[in-house]
Design a protein around this ligand. Sequence first.
Ligand code: COA
Length: 181
Amino acid sequence: MTDLRAFAWPAAPIRTERLVLRASEARDRAAAIELNASPEVNAYLGGPRPRAELERGMPEVPGQRPGFFVIEVGGSAIGTLMLDPHAERPGHIRPDVARTELGYLFLPQAWGHGYATEACAAALDWFAGACPGEAVVLRTQSANKRSMRLAARLGFTEVERYEDFGAEQWFGVWTSAPSPA
Ligand SMILES: CC(C)(COP(=O)(O)OP(=O)(O)OC[C@H]1O[C@@H](n2cnc3c(N)ncnc32)[C@H](O)[C@@H]1OP(=O)(O)O)[C@@H](O)C(=O)NCCC(=O)NCCS
């Protein structure tokens, strides 16, 4: 099994038709604070965090770890996307299903343009090359309709639903198609 954490980071930026996926830099700090302070972004993620607390605690370069991508359109950061070790995330975990988990946060003004689908598909494609045959899991509240539609578009399939944090959670898995022989 290949582990994402063993990879040299930052990886080279990934370019799609409209986006750049790249490792985090100091200039992304403001967007990282905005993403965590936004009531809309955090509506299904336990609520926003106080901006003053984020201003104090956010590292100079946020999210410096393998699998953490900043998504840029036209030179501006519009969101972040994470491929993280599933077992290190809090809550309901299923190491028997996969070792890596996908997460995503986009600024509300960037919703409804297909950017999240484009970015996540490119990141999953990159992951399939880096860790061939490895599955990826995704957890999201089933009430989070945008996230549920995104999961379906990306090809995640339901493993189970369960209750956590007072709400129904959806647990899905994605596996890259085997490369043709
Ligand atoms: C979840 C989230 C990333 C989804 O964002 P999104 O904008 O709905 O998803 P996409 O970027 O893929 O955009 C898809 C929408 O853009 C529309 N669209 C417009 N132009 C498009 C284009 N050129 N190409 C593709 N889709 C386009 C699609 O029709 C689709 O709309 P629909 O869902 O109403 O049918 C976003 O809502 C978010 O960041 N939420 C907060 C964080 C969160 O809840 N994360 C989940 C926990 S991991």
